[in-house]
Write a protein of this length. Sequence first.
Length: 243
Amino acid sequence: MKEHYVYIHLNPKTNEIFYVGKGKGRRKSSKTGRNRKWIEYVQKLNGQFKILVLQNNLTEIEAIELEKKIISKIDWHYDDLTTNVTDSFPDLEDATTIKIVFGEVNQSTKSKEYIPKIRFQNLSDSEIISTLLDFPNELEIRKLSAEFEQVCEYFHDNWDELEEIDEDIFFDIEGVVDTIEDLLTEYKSSEKNNLTEFIADLKREKIEIEIIQEDKPKGKQKEFLINLSKWIENVVEKNNYWQ
């Protein structure tokens, strides 16, 4: 049944997002069953917080997926630090990490204290919702992610053997793979249509591969790097489509 929704909790003074959740019924406004970080944050707000429903009429699976997407977007692109235990980990003992601004910071403290950049401070509720639900690169990056996963099947299926050939080269290869995975996650959750920037970052990883190839990798290491390099070249060729 489509009775679930995805919601966010915000600082009512600054619109800083401090929690992303899914639920049904009255879950969005409930103060029970919350994690310690959420409780401590809300205590700093004197128990007052703002609630926005981003999307409703969802199945539980749809709500789980959207919740993950929103958390990823915030983690990668905003200064807001969510209290979701499994994702962002704000240190509630560190004032520079979770400073809540209720008013103007006087001139004498501006240079000494961390002043967070609240992404949605001056936006309306509808603007906040539309911004969070906008993923202009999602479809294209999803296709590229599927292609990248196919290329990396070889890497994961031959993990032990690849490491045994040359451990140092293996770690360099692993670093490139991890970086590309991060790039795909970052640009997929971006609210900007900035695939040309993704291409530029991907070109830099192609240079990293060329540097690794100068160490003359052998066997399956060499084969994987060739395949990965070809994939990047194919993606870069599509660059004119996005410009």
